[in-house]
Design a protein around this ligand. Structure first.
Ligand code: PMV
Length: 328
């Protein structure tokens, strides 16, 4: 039995635009997904104890067509199982052990589909746990690449390397196309607001793709996000938190223009700004889920707790530990 864990993330800047080759800066946070892999003769059995706030347990067998009896949207279950199946396939391929079976147990502190990189963290941790269970330790760059291949396949080609690279390496990273590297950052006082909901990443990425194809100004908006990220990198290098906040506000406006915000995300963003946050924006695909704000004081967290539509508010430290084996 081998357990590995990997962190979730917030986007300081650049989600969606990163799909079109613009740079993005995701930052790992101290909410982790743990995956335990236990070798067995054949097949794949998955126990997902806490993939949503309610949690569900699934008996999954790639041969069986029965739907699991769980209280979450089918699309989320399909996606979750697709990610785990894909991760195990990648791990078997990396080790050259195509026929080995596994029992996989997932325990995640990261809500599904909420913009905190739950799927990437589960995939990265699963690849690490399964390969280590077979006695092989993969290089982090290979784990990140294989995890990206899984996301790319499950999301029908609508994925960047940002989530999977960030979850593998930990800390803050910069991703532009296939170029990925880690960044030094100042202490970033993240506060997260969660509306209890989820967005469908594939659908949201498609909607931006359509807008971009239809309107030149939507394509310009995507390019402007890239410009903003480049300015953000300078602000990060100069430890200029107030400039970072201003650019986060701008980034949220551009994402809103691309149609990926929502009433509850906007309400939380405005609550954070009114409370004196340096900046606030949605994080991840949008449509629902989480916002991220920068605030050293307790004011934003308190304001979010009283904001209608906000189900949970919490402070999140940057997690400098990427994927790692637990207790090993
Ligand atoms: O909401 P998440 O954590 O799935 O983030 C999606 C980020 C996008 O840029 C919209 C897509 C991607 O793969 O980069």
């Amino acid at each position: 039995m081998t357990t590995s864990s990997a962190p979730g993330k917030v986007y300081l800047f650049g989600e969606h635009a990163v799909v079109y080759g613009e740079p993005a800066v995701p930052c790992a946070i101290e909410l982790r997904a743990s995956v335990t892999a236990t070798r067995r003769d054949s097949g794949l059995r998955v126990r997902a104890g806490d993939l949503t706030l309610d949690g569900f347990t699934v008996e999954y067998d790639s041969e069986a067509s029965d739907r699991p009896d769980v209280d979450v949207a089918d699309s989320l279950v399909d996606a979750a199982m697709g990610y785990i199946n894909g991760a195990v396939t990648q791990a078997r391929d990396a080790v050259g052990a195509e026929d080995v079976g596994f029992e996989i147990a997932v325990d995640s502190q990261i809500p599904l589909g909420a913009g905190l990189g739950s799927s990437a963290a589960v995939v990265v941790a699963a690849i690490d746990a399964v390969t280590r269970e077979l006695g092989v330790t993969l290089d982090p760059a290979e784990i990140a690449d294989r995890a990206y291949q899984v996301e790319y396949a499950v999301q029908d080609g609508q994925a960047s390397r940002a989530d999977t690279f960030c979850s593998t390496m930990g800390g803050a990273v910069r991703v532009e196309g296939d170029e990925c590297r880690t960044l030094d950052t100042p202490d970033l006082p993240f506060v997260i607001g969660y509306d209890g909901g989820a967005g469908d990443t594939g659908e949201l990425v498609s909607s931006v793709r359509d807008l971009r194809a239809e309107y030149g100004f939507a394509a310009d908006t995507v390019a402007s996000i890239g410009d903003l990220v480049r300015q953000g990198e300078t602000a990060l290098a100069e430890d200029d938190l107030s400039r970072l906040g201003e650019l986060m506000n701008f980034n949220h406006g551009l994402l809103s223009a691309l149609g990926v915000s929502s009433r509850s995300l906007d309400a939380m963003v405005w609550a954070a700004r009114d409370a004196g946050a340096l900046g606030a924006k949605l994080t991840g695909a949008g449509g629902g889920g989480c916002i991220v704000a920068l605030d050293e004081t307790p004011e934003t967290e308190t304001a979010l707790e009283y904001t209608p539509g906000c189900a949970d508010a919490f402070r999140a430290e940057l997690d400098t530990t990427g994927v790692c084996q637990e207790g090993g």
